[in-house]
Ligand binder design. Structure first.
Ligand code: FES
Length: 119
C-alpha cells in the first residue's frame, strides 16, 4: 500500500539520483530548492537561494546537518533553515520531504518556522 501525500507534494526524482553528501539543485513546481541527502534514506529540501544574497545554496558544502553558503560562509540548518551566524540572519524556507518506494517527493508548502523565511 502506498502512503497518500497531499496535493502540495511533487515527485522530484529517485532517491538513487541523489548522492549522499552532495547537494543538488531541483526545480520543484517553479521553486528552486537545494536537495541534500544526508543519509541512505534521509533527504532535506531548502530554498536554494541564500537569504543574504543571490547565491545558490546547492553549490555549497554539507557539514553535518548544515549547508554552508559558499560565498560568505553562513551555515543553514537543514531542519530549521536557521543560519548559524552572520552575515545571513534570515532563515531559508525548509520543505517537507517524503520518500516512498524509492522516490523523493517534496512539498511546495514550507515547514512553519518561528521566523519569516524567504520563499
Ligand atoms: S551570500 Fe550567502 S552568506 Fe552571503
Amino acid at each position: 500500500m502506498t502512503a497518500q501525500l497531499d496535493t502540495t507534494y511533487v515527485l522530484v526524482c529517485d532517491l538513487e539520483d541523489l548522492a549522499v553528501g552532495t547537494p543538488a539543485l531541483a526545480d520543484v513546481d517553479g521553486i528552486p530548492m537545494a536537495l541534500v541527502r544526508t543519509a541512505q534514506a534521509e533527504v532535506h529540501a531548502v530554498h536554494d537561494i541564500c537569504t543574504h544574497a543571490n547565491v545558490s545554496l546547492s553549490e555549497g558544502e554539507l557539514d553535518g546537518c548544515t549547508l554552508e553558503c559558499w560565498l560568505h560562509g553562513s551555515r543553514f540548518n537543514l531542519r530549521t533553515g536557521t543560519p548559524s551566524g552572520p552575515p545571513a540572519t534570515v532563515p531559508v524556507a525548509v520543505y517537507p520531504v517524503a520518500i516512498i518506494d524509492g522516490a523523493v517527493h517534496v512539498s511546495t508548502t514550507p515547514i512553519a518556522t518561528t521566523e519569516e523565511p524567504r520563499s
